[in-house]
Design a protein around this ligand. Structure first.
Ligand code: UD1
Length: 418
């Protein structure tokens, strides 16, 4: 079993180029299925979830190869087969393939996507939107049997702005005859990136970034070249690490506009933050102060994915900070592990009360989920003594070389692969 070995103490200093966005590249890889061509995807992060997506594409007869951080996907040989249960379970966002497969093949058989680490993650909105576009969907024995002789455009209103349901609907709508108007769509930057990718393929789509997205479907789509946007959550993680450990860190290849709620919180906590068009610099003395309640919300609100890493940065702050998790029901699983390091946190339902402590101490902990695992790393960087963090398979889903990047900034951290 692999684990991270860390010693807290050193301030973080230096520069880092931030990886491409996991949450952009996953729907983009699904979107490659919409054409029978070659897509060249630059700035593609090397992650476990990306590997799982590549295996799904390969299972469907597509070819993929890496050239550095460029992934070249050739979907000409796509067969309209099933995605095996094991692959569906491996990656929770595998359901985004559904809309694209329906658009290209007119039918799809999938098992329910895996697990529920953050509480129930239903896909009812995905299915209702695809049904509105003309798909017939039957659930039998844990499988979804989906068929759509011909998809047709429709006006669809999501009851909440689900990121995945928005993406699935857009992919299917590209293959539907006629116009789809998607209301109450998610407004995340990753949706805009998906729109840009689809446009590069020849799709007629506009409105991403606002709540209403319009797709004029049925256009012939072709291969394309695209550069994935930077990962705002990875950036938030490195900024929170520098805030907690102290230091002076410059992140390159970031869009500061995507980080405004995170940097506002870190400024309020006492960090100095400057930014330019594609960089953000944070300086911290490591001694933070409590901030106003942090409420997670759909973009442009404070991202649920940055909740755990900001919480970790606030553990040694002066005063009490409230976190209110409005997106997922069970997103405080990292708290029990943080308590092992001497943190003072109480949770009740969607609320976590973080009372700053003077010192944290190193401990042996286990990553509970992707962002919670990153939170443990940050807490360990701010703790006295040595920590170990196991269950790295969670962290590897979304961070490319987290340990190597932090070590390049001066952190005492090594990955032990056994
Ligand atoms: C995406 C992100 C994830 C992020 C989340 C919220 C990817 C690969 N993952 O996940 O990192 O934490 O957005 O920003 O992009 N819901 C329903 N029914 C549905 C779909 C969703 O009730 O059919 C609920 C969910 O249970 C959750 C909320 O809507 O409470 C938001 O989920 P959603 O935006 O869909 O998140 P994901 O797309 O799964």
């Amino acid at each position: 079993m692999s684990y991270l070995k860390l010693s807290g103490g050193p301030a973080l200093q230096g520069e880092l180029a931030v990886q491409g966005a996991k949450n952009s590249v996953l729907p983009i890889l699904a979107a490659t299925l919409l054409s029978a061509g070659e897509c060249v995807i630059h700035n593609c992060p090397k992650l476990k979830d990306v590997d799982a997506s590549i295996r799904i594409l390969q299972t469907l007869g597509c070819r993929a190869r890496w050239e550095g951080h460029t992934l070249i996907v050739d979907t000409a040989g796509m067969t309209c087969g099933e995605i095996p249960d094991g692959l569906m379970r491996e990656m929770r966002s595998s359901v985004i393939f559904l809309g694209a497969i329906l658009a290209r093949c007119g039918r799809s058989v999938l098992s329910y996507p895996g697990g529920c680490e953050l509480g129930p993650r239903p896909i009812d909105l995905h299915l209702a939107a695809l049904q509105a576009l003309g798909a017939g969907i039957e659930e039998r024995g844990g499988n979804l049997y989906c068929s759509a002789g011909k998809l047709h455009g429709s006006e669809i209103t999501l009851s909440l702005p689900s990121v995945g349901a928005t993406e699935n609907t857009l992919l299917a709508a590209c293959g539907a005859e006629g116009t789809t108007v998607l209301c109450n769509a998610a407004r995340e930057p990753e949706i805009v990136d998906l729109q840009n990718f689809l446009r590069a393929m020849g799709a007629d789509i506009h409105g991403a970034g606002s709540s209403t997205i319009v797709v004029r479907g049925g256009k012939p789509l072709h291969g394309c070249t695209h550069t994935v946007i930077s990962d705002r959550i990875a950036a938030a993680t490195y900024l929170s690490a520098a805030a907690a450990a102290g230091g002076d860190v410059l992140l390159r290849q970031v869009d500061y506009r995507h980080l405004s709620t995170v940097t506002a919180a870190l400024k309020e906590a006492g960090c100095t933050v400057h930014s330019g068009s594609d960089w953000v610099r944070l300086r911290s003395r490591g001694a933070l102060r409590a901030i106003r309640p942090v409420r997670t919300a759909p973009y442009p609100g404070f991202p649920t994915d940055a909740q755990a890493v900001l919480m970790a940065a606030m553990l040694r702050s002066r005063g009490t900070t409230l976190f209110i998790e409005n997106i997922f029901e069970n997103r405080y699983r990292h708290v029990a592990e943080l308590l092992r390091m001497g943190a003072n946190i109480r949770t009740e339902g969607r609320v976590a009360v973080v009372c700053g402590v003077q010192t944290l101490h190193g401990a042996k902990t286990v990553a509970t989920d992707l962002r919670g695992g990153a939170g443990l790393v940050i807490a360990a960087l701010a703790a006295e003594g040595e920590s170990e963090i196991a269950a790295l398979e969670h962290i590897d889903r979304g961070y490319e070389d987290l340990a190597g990047n932090l070590a390049s900034l001066g952190a005492q951290i090594v990955r032990v692969d056994k």
